[in-house]
Each structure stands twice: as C-alpha cells, then as structure tokens.
Design a protein around this ligand. Structure first.
Ligand code: NI
Length: 153
C-alpha cells in the first residue's frame, strides 16, 4: 500500500468525468488500497479516484463505521434533505453548508465485482453524494449555500 498525492483545485482532473470500471482487476484493487491509506493519512471521511489523479469511478468512504469501497457507484434513490457543513481534501481550508438528501440508496460493485446496495443517512448520505459528485467532475464548492470560516467551527 502507498499513499498517493491528493490533487487540489488547480488541477483540471477534478473537473473531468471519471470512466466506468469495466473489470475489477489487480490495478483497481491496488487503487482501492492506496486510496484507503491516502484517505486515512489525510484524516478524510471519503476520497474519490479523480482526487488522486485517476479518472475511474472508484470511491472509498469511512465515516467512522469502517471502510466502504465502491466501484461504479450510482444513486438509486434519495429521501428528504439536510443542510450541513462540508469540506473536501481537494479544497483545503474551505468549508461551506451544502444541501444534500437526508437518506440515499446507492448501488455499486464491491472488490469482487459483485453488485450490492448501501443505504446511508446523516454523514454517510453526505459522503456518498459528495464522493459520487467527484466522479462527475463536481465539487462541493459548486453547491455551497454559505461558506463558513473554519475558525468559527
Ligand atoms: Ni471531496
């Protein structure tokens, strides 16, 4: 396992649409492991492959309940809404309130290439939406209702 460099706002790759993973091969497994280590060492709760310079639809999330690995994740349904402060490892020093669904259901492939569904509420719902946005070249700053001075929090 190795940590990879986290790209920031000055890198156009963050604005590109990531490609579907056709086959969960060894490269994808290495990517998943490196992304988990990179997220952990940066104290993040989520990381999408474009953030480490790879335009593939791969996401890792850990909101404190264990590692979630998602390949080709898709939002199947959403419920309600919540407005909470968000930040992003690719946008250091910025935080802002974003409206997200209160609950989401996501379908993805696991590391064995098997389809599964995951439901998330609260912070997990936010992380799922935030990371899937990264796969489409979208950043939380595009959706901020109100920026927050990090000193305030
Ligand atoms: Ni982010």
């Amino acid at each position: 396992m190795a940590t990879r460099m986290i790209r920031t706002m000055d890198d156009d790759i963050l604005r590109k649409k990531a490609r579907t993973v056709e086959k969960v091969n060894r490269n994808i497994l290495i990517l998943l492991e490196d992304m988990a280590e990179t997220m952990k060492s940066a104290n993040g709760v989520g990381l999408a492959a474009p953030q480490v310079g790879i335009l593939k639809r791969v996401v890792v999330i850990d909101v404190g309940d264990g590692l979630i690995e998602l390949i080709n994740p898709e939002i199947m349904s959403t419920e309600g809404k919540q407005v909470k402060a968000e930040g992003c490892l690719s946008v250091p020093g910025k935080m802002g309130e974003v409206e997200r669904p209160a609950k989401v259901t996501v379908r993805a492939l696991n590391r064995k290439g098997e389809a599964f569904e995951i439901e998330g509420e609260g912070l997990l719902a936010i992380a799922l939406c935030h990371e899937i946005d990264h796969l489409n070249g979208e950043l939380f700053v595009d959706k901020v209702i109100r920026f927050i001075d990090p000193e305030e929090e």
